[in-house]
Design a protein around this ligand. Structure first.
Ligand code: SF4
Length: 452
């Protein structure tokens, strides 16, 4: 079985990897490390000892990119101290900005999300006068045959990428331009990766894709052997009842009854769906090209709750999209109340160059209005999260222990099936154990529990 943990052999050249952005990027960094380890590199967590420094970047919002530009400026110090160190920018920002990154004269290498196999050759070819760039997008690349080297610290929960790219072209989103068209990965390689993780002691796998509900593996010989997302979920759930399965991200237009019923059939498929709504206004949803309405979304929520009343539901919300009126904003607040989300990622709209929205709609909601609306959304979600957690006081949950609490070394933390974080006395348990707890109190972010 292939080694899935980082090699720390002192005699090897060293790579330091920083990861920004989403879970897909975390998993991509693990793919990159696997490729580089196979070519003789070892991971270091000490940037000052690295021969190669890679930043795996995110372009989803302007402030994410600004942060990375600031970091590139700091990499300059490494370059001043050690002329031979190679600085590489990989991932979405590399794909979007291409040679603009090389113009900084700090960056030696730029690699897009589909070109990681070429990294060893690119690194070998870098000289002060010949920086390297590969930003070709692929219609086939899924890195299906590469076993990611796991960089998580707990050895309990791991990400598995089941597909890449996205075909949806939501008008505000840069992802289809930086990650290319949608490609599903061979389900046999996904199941094998999950089996290997379980054999290595992992207790939870997270199946990742930009839109997992549109996962479809087309069998080359018979359409009867095609595999959709519900079937893939079942294949992974059957590996062992002790292996938890999570997934992200679902798209409201695509999440099917088959997926919901499959979740309900298996105790080890976690009762949590991240279902980004983005707005509660039909006018905004149309402009965002989300391809569903408020009514459709709320019907999906009712369906999920009728089949799995205990299912956690989380979302993403954008405040102040182009042309958003006060009434559109009120519609978002009322949808939030109706859906009663357990938690949400909430952002102000940030225009991304090259997207449909940037080309077609003025970014015309004043910044102070965006901020005020976002604050109202955050305050409402705080109340909804607290109410949701208060309903769990007195309930019992099976929790997978993920580590020691940061605030109290005598306490552990982990997540219940519904994705809520629980904190409880350690009682001799360890990371990776399943424990039964009863919730005794809560904050808006955490369930405080006792061991049963
Ligand atoms: S579904 Fe829409 S928001 Fe999500 S990655 Fe695809 S284009 Fe972007």
């Amino acid at each position: 079985m292939k080694n899935i943990r980082p090699i720390t052999d002192e005699s090897r050249p060293k790579v330091y990897i920083e990861t920004y952005g989403c879970q897909m990027n975390v998993n991509d960094s693990e793919v990159i490390l696997s490729i580089l380890q196979d070519h003789g590199y070892a991971l270091t967590e000490d940037i000052s000892r690295a021969d190669v420094i890679l930043a795996n970047t995110c372009s989803i919002r302007d402030n994410a990119e600004q942060r990375i530009w600031g970091r590139i400026d700091q990499f300059r110090l490494q370059k001043e101290r050690r002329k031979d160190v190679i600085i590489g920018i990989v991932g979405c920002m590399a794909e979007r900005l291409k040679d603009k990154l090389l113009d900084s004269h700090i960056v030696d290498l730029v690699a897009g999300p589909d070109s990681y196999r070429s990294l060893p050759d690119m690194i070998a070819a870098v000289t002060p006068d010949s920086p390297q760039m590969n930003v070709l997008l692929s219609r086939e690349e899924t890195y299906a045959d590469i076993t990611p080297v796991r960089m998580d610290r707990n050895g309990v929960s791991a990400y598995i990428s089941i597909m890449r790219g996205c075909n949806n072209v939501c008008s505000y989103c840069i992802v289809p331009y930086t990650r290319g068209v949608e490609r599903s990965r061979d389900p046999r390689t996904i199941v094998k990766e999950a089996v290997d993780l379980y054999s290595n002691g992992y207790k939870e796998v997270n199946l990742l894709g930009q839109n997992v509900d549109s996962y479809l593996w087309k069998d080359s010989e018979s359409a009867d052997r095609d595999v959709n997302f519900a079937q893939l979920l079942e294949m992974v759930a059957k590996i062992s009842p002790d292996l938890r399965v999570r997934f992200s991200t679902s798209h409201p237009k695509d999440i099917s009854d088959e997926v919901i019923y499959t979740m309900a059939m298996y105790d080890n498929i976690c009762r949590h769906i991240h279902l980004p709504v983005q707005s509660g206004s039909n006018a905004m949803l149309e402009k965002m090209r989300r391809k569903y309405t408020r009514e459709w979304y709320l019907e999906r929520v009712r369906k999920i709750r009728s089949v799995m009343p205990d299912c956690g539901l989380t979302t993403d919300i954008i405040a102040g999209f182009c042309g958003e009126t006060e009434q559109d904003h009120r519609d978002t607040l009322s949808l939030m109340e109706e859906a009663a989300f357990d938690a949400a990622f909430m952002f102000q709209y940030s225009e991304r160059p090259g997207t449909l929205a940037a080309r077609n709609y003025p970014d015309d909601v004043p910044p102070e209005v965006k901020t005020a609306r976002l604050n109202e959304i955050i305050a409402l979600q705080g109340r909804l999260s607290r109410q949701s957690n208060e309903k769990d006081v007195g309930k019992r949950f099976k929790v997978l222990v993920e580590g020691v609490s940061k605030k109290n070394s005598g306490e552990l933390f982990g997540r219940a099936s519904n994705n809520k974080v629980c904190v409880f006395p350690s009682g001799g348990h360890e990371t990776g154990d399943y424990v039964e707890v009863e919730v005794v109190s809560c904050t808006s972010a955490t369930l405080i529990a006792r061991l049963v």
